[in-house]
Ligand binder design. Structure first.
Ligand SMILES: [Zn+2]
Length: 237
């Protein structure tokens, strides 16, 4: 069964077993397929529950419903497994069911990541996100919690789709992005439960994560070492 049509020149093939399922993974080399250039740029904030990510334009992307449902089912199956007697036939069946649900969820997650990355790459010439390696060392990473396993995979898919399409993906230092006012730069620490960003200095009012995404976007124009990169939208910045 071919999950995705093979494209390009086959470089390697790896055989892998996951439970009772066997896979052959092909690595192929493809020529880049650049998309027409886009001046549009977007910042994305890797979301706190229930959002998978929030954009600088105010779009809030949630993990799909069917995915949340499957996770609830998995939790039930795991509880049922825990109740079964060791070494019993029923335990073996329950374990197989848990493994099946795990695999289904992993596949659904990957599919969601592919579609979301495709949509962003098709539209935006520049996509800016938090650098996961730096984020992992920060306090807000713990607060963001639950989605972490998914982010690395999503950003990897996003990076290779962008490269193939000749688009730019930038990871920036996320420090203070949830404390700064994207309009005037006022910095203020707030407890995590405060969902709305209100600036006492310029009275900007924004969803906290949208404000963070706008700060993330703005950082791409100063680069990781403070070197200015021309902004395609407003060349003066
Ligand atoms: Zn302000």
């Amino acid at each position: 069964k071919l999950h995705r049509p093979l494209e390009g020149k086959i470089k390697t093939a790896t055989v892998k077993r996951e439970g009772e399922h066997w896979y052959i993974i092909f690595i192929t080399e493809v020529d880049p397929k650049p998309l027409p250039p886009s001046e549009e740029a977007i910042g994305i904030d890797l979301g706190t529950n229930p959002h998978f990510l929030v954009t600088s334009e105010g779009e809030m992307v949630e993990a799909p419903r069917y995915f949340q449902k499957a996770q609830a089912k998995l939790a039930t199956a795991q509880r049922s497994l825990a109740r079964k007697k060791r070494g019993s036939n029923r335990r073996r069946q329950a374990r197989r069911r848990v493994a099946r649900l795990h695999r289904k969820i992993a596949n659904q997650r990957k599919d969601f990541h592919h579609k979301l990355a495709r949509r962003l790459v098709n539209r935006y010439g520049t996509i800016v996100h938090e650098d996961l390696n730096i984020l992992a060392l920060s306090r807000s990473y713990v607060a963001k919690g639950i989605h972490d396993a998914g982010w690395a995979q999503f950003l990897q898919i996003l990076a290779y789709k962008a490269e193939e399409a000749g688009r730019r993906v930038v990871g920036v230092d996320p420090k203070h992005t949830s404390q700064d006012c994207p309009v005037c730069g006022h910095r203020e620490k707030r407890p995590l439960w405060v969902r709305v960003y209100t600036c006492p200095q310029c009275s900007t009012l924004l969803h906290r994560d949208v404000a963070a995404a706008q700060n993330i976007l703005a950082r791409a124009w100063t680069g990781p070492s403070g070197v200015a990169i021309p902004c395609p939208r407003s060349p003066g910045l």
